[in-house]
Design a binder for this molecule. Structure first.
Ligand SMILES: C[S@@+](CC[C@H](N)C(=O)[O-])C[C@H]1O[C@@H](n2cnc3c(N)ncnc32)[C@H](O)[C@@H]1O
Length: 177
């Protein structure tokens, strides 16, 4: 564990999310949504970083099904990385997929270390999208897309902060607040 705070994705939450979203996934959509994200992109033999890799189901897809040359999964919590490391071993992909525990914030890699930057459902954890990340997003995506992204993130946070995304919601019981 890094020093950022206490573990959020503990074993019970991991188990619950895998029951909901499928083995290896902490976010919705599974392999189908990864296919949508990668539509039109050829990552064969490319060096990929997966930011906020979670428990590694996606990294197996990137290496095994999409032929990535290498995948480096980074996350801020060791327990999810332990799952990822075990999964890569079970799949016989430890030579292609490696993992690194990082601190939240700037990543410890030189610029242009990777061909492809992949990230799925990790940005929801970034507390301030209009903060230091914004100028980079604007440069990379253009202002219109960056603003659209921030708006999606802002709306999602409204839902999260309302409490609607608690486990009670997933059981279809409206939280009592
Ligand atoms: C909703 S899970 C998604 C995991 C995986 N991408 C998936 O779709 O199954 C979000 C992950 O992002 C990680 N995370 C949160 N803040 C992060 C940060 N600043 N840098 C890297 N990873 C982060 C969490 O620990 C968690 O594993």
């Amino acid at each position: 564990m890094t020093e950022h705070e206490e573990i959020e994705y503990h074993e019970i939450l991991i188990t619950m999310l895998e029951i909901i979203w499928g083995e290896g996934f902490l976010s919705p959509g599974g392999a189908e949504e990864v296919a949508l994200l990668l539509a039109g992109e050829d990552i064969k033999d490319k060096n990929v970083i997966d930011i906020g890799c979670g428990i590694g189901g996606i990294d197996v897809l990137l290496a095994r099904d999409y032929g990535a040359g290498s995948v480096v999964g980074v996350d801020i919590e060791q327990p999810v990385l332990d799952h990822s490391i075990a999964r890569a071993e079970t799949e016989g992909l430890s030579d292609k997929i490696t993992y690194q525990l990082v601190e939240p914030g700037p990543l410890p890699f030189e610029p242009a270390s990777f061909d492809v930057v992949f990230s799925k459902d990790a940005m929801i954890h970034i507390p301030e999208m209009k903060g230091p990340l914004y100028s980079q997003m604007e440069t990379t995506l253009g202002r219109e897309n960056a603003d659209r992204y921030v708006e999606i993130w802002r709306s999602m946070n409204v839902v999260i902060e309302s409490g609607e995304l608690r486990p009670g919601h997933l059981r279809a019981i409206k939280p009592d607040r």
